[in-house]
Design a protein around this ligand. Structure first.
Ligand code: MTE
Ligand code: MO
Length: 555
């Protein structure tokens, strides 16, 4: 429904193989077993051996006189705003995850080292298997926008949501402490832990504890879990998200290390999502089990009454969110370009004015080089490239032109004699994987100095011998500014050896503060232009044109 795929798009987005699949490393079962044994298992043991512990809600009955009374309108609003944006964030996050349906603890994303995968595919060892081929289908009921390889639009939803989610959270926490509502969420005594355990033993052994009236205060376990969601899960979600950004990683190298590395940050980001979903399921069940009608009045209209108004309005809010999800789905498959622009206008602008000014640095050492490096993109099928490859690119000439004083054509040897810069850096693919490699090649600044672009030049376009996913010349553009950074090179060397064909021979781009799709492989020519708007479909690159990838640093 709402989708109208061309045959080529159908093959990408709605392939025949839609199998749902999850596989874990065996140790994950051991961890789940240990977690169950030390929680529910221990609770049952205590219950069977010593009986039910005293109900802390009864012993420590807090006088309602000092407790915050009821739910002011800002609590109710931010609760539902949060619900709305969480549903967008989680669903778009799932779509992003399925574009590289594997999670790792190591930076290099070596196949078979993933601790969980959502694909039945075992990576073939006898042929090139690209990351784009590895993307998996996810039902649009679950993912936003769903289907296969819609990472561009999924990122639009994910990143458009973040500023609102963050603002809502900041306003909520500020008002929490400005009023006395913080007393609901923030434990003030260590007693919270034994009390929470007692409550947990009750739940785990199906003995409902006496519920305090949530209009005034929560039970210990409830308080502790709300505290955890607001003050631990939400900040961790933001920080692990940021740890995946190339622009941040390349400048603040220590940052992803807070979580191990980029891939463990991605894994933790996923586990936080699981924790959120687990919380939502338990939270909603408890709300229903402990007096649905009254609880809905608390959080929707702010009264402690037993009429059904809150329930009806609550259902209305949920339905409105569902309707918005349907609208989002329709937009995702009918108004891709507008969505892409919207995201570019918000986040592209923020990004361009902040992190993108930072100069990337190469921090990695030889020992960090990944044993495996995912290949991506279609190998060039053009005869010209194949002939050049057959003779080791001896007859290759890089054409450099456009708005320059001195257009040139340079052989590989001539380029190699000009200058060389070597860096060990991490590649950040938009799909989620990464890899560390050494790259050697000529700084683009040397080429700029040689050809002398006109003063009106803002943008440099790099064209490939290869084609995009849907055919047509693969190209991408960078700001002249970005090209002048010392780490921006045209590489002919990977891991101290000549660049292999599948990684972009004879020349490929490395621009280290950017996502992987901007690093054109199999470069045929370079053009200096006034604007990217006159090239291709005018979005700044092949993936931006055809796959709605982020419009980031283009101006
Ligand atoms: N010519 C060309 N260059 C390309 C691509 C492509 O499809 N064609 N894919 C890009 C993407 S999405 C990525 S992640 C990197 C992958 O580089 P690698 O194969 O060395 O890992 O190349 C980029 N350069
Ligand atoms: Mo990529």
């Amino acid at each position: 429904m709402f989708t109208h795929f061309s045959p080529a798009e159908k093959e990408v987005h709605a392939p025949a193989d839609k199998r749902v699949f999850i596989a874990f490393k065996p140790y994950i079962f051991v961890i789940i077993g240990i977690l169950l044994a030390t929680s529910a298992g221990a609770a049952w043991l205590q219950y069977l051996l010593t009986g039910l512990p005293a109900d802390p809600s009864v012993i420590n009955s807090i006088t309602t006189a000092t407790a915050p009374k009821g739910f002011p309108v800002w609590v109710r609003l931010s609760h539902w705003v949060n619900f709305f944006f969480l549903s967008l964030i989680i669903r778009s996050g799932l779509s992003i995850l399925f574009d590289h349906p594997r999670l790792y603890w190591n930076n290099g994303c070596t196949p078979k080292s993933e601790w969980i995968r959502f694909t039945p595919v075992k990576i073939p060892e006898d042929k090139v298997w690209t990351a784009k081929e590895d993307a998996r289908y996810i039902s649009p009921w679950l993912g936003l926008p769903g289907y296969r390889h819609a990472v561009g639009i999924a990122r639009v939803w994910h990143f458009l949501t973040v500023p609102f989610f963050l603002t809502n959270g900041i306003v909520f926490i500020a008002l929490l402490f400005y009023t006395d509502q913080w007393k609901r969420l923030v434990p003030v005594s260590w007693q919270i832990f034994p009390d929470s355990w007692s409550v947990f033993v009750h739940y785990a052994t199906f003995n409902m504890p006496i519920e305090p009236n949530g209009f005034y205060h929560f039970n210990a376990l409830q308080q502790l879990s709300y505290f955890g969601v607001v003050f631990i899960l939400a900040p961790l979600a933001m920080l692990t998200g940021m740890a995946m950004s190339p622009a941040i990683e390349n400048r603040f190298h220590w940052f992803p290390k807070l979580f191990g590395n980029r891939q463990s940050a991605r894994s933790i980001h996923f586990l936080i999502m699981i924790a959120y979903v687990g919380f939502i399921v338990i939270h909603v069940s408890m709300v229903a089990a402990s007096g649905l009608v009254r609880n809905m009045n608390h959080i929707v209209i702010g009264t402690d009454t037993t009429d059904a108004r809150g329930l009806y309005m609550g259902i209305g809010i949920v339905l409105a969110t569902v309707l918005f999800c349907i609208l989002a789905y329709w937009l995702s498959w009918n108004k891709q370009r507008s969505l892409q622009y919207m995201e570019g206008a918000v986040n592209g602008t923020i990004w361009r004015n902040t992190w993108n000014h930072l100069k990337p640095r190469a921090y990695y050492q030889k020992k960090d080089i990944s044993p495996y490096f995912w290949p991506n993109g279609k190998m060039p099928s053009s005869e010209i490239w194949q002939q050049l490859a057959a003779t080791n690119f001896k007859n290759y000439k890089l054409k450099i032109g456009g708005l320059v004083e001195n257009p040139v054509e340079l052989s590989l040897e001539e380029l190699q004699n000009m200058a060389k810069e070597q860096n060990i850096t991490m590649h950040h693919c938009i799909q989620g994987w990464s890899g560390i490699a050494e790259w050697g090649g000529i700084p683009i600044s040397e080429i700029v100095a040689l050809v002398k672009p006109h003063a009106s030049v803002t943008t440099v376009a790099f064209y490939s011998f290869g084609e995009g996913l849907y055919g047509g010349v693969y190209y991408d553009t960078h700001t002249l500014d970005n090209c002048l950074k010392p780490q921006s090179i045209l590489a002919w060397e990977m891991n101290y050896k000549p660049l292999p064909p599948e990684y972009g021979a004879p020349l490929r781009l490395r621009v280290e503060n950017q996502l992987g799709y901007k690093m054109v492989k199999w470069i045929s020519s370079i053009e200096f232009v006034e604007t990217y708007k006159t090239l291709g479909k005018g979005q700044g690159g092949k993936n931006e044109d055809d796959e709605y990838f982020d419009l980031l640093a283009n101006t």
